[in-house]
Design a protein around this ligand. Structure first.
Ligand SMILES: [Zn+2]
Length: 69
């Protein structure tokens, strides 16, 4: 299962959860403050990144490929 990153909207907590793909957008409780007001952080693997940005040269201006490499 992939890991998804969530953000607690109320207090700004960040946490990662191992979830099934189908459940990634299901509501989830913040483990720190038990708030249900959370949202999934958009993954760098999503559509917000330009194509051809999977290299490690950094020439595209992405925040570094070290996170994935
Ligand atoms: Zn929280």
């Amino acid at each position: 299962m992939p890991v998804y990153e969530y953000k607690c909207v109320d207090r700004g907590h960040r946490f990662e959860v191992l979830r099934k793909l189908q459940e990634r957008d299901e509501p989830i409780e913040c483990p720190d403050c038990r708030s249900g007001n959370t949202r999934r952080e958009v993954s760098p693997f999503g559509t917000g990144i330009s194509s051809g940005c999977y290299g490690s040269s950094g020439s595209c201006g992405c925040p570094g490929g070290s996170k994935f490499g």
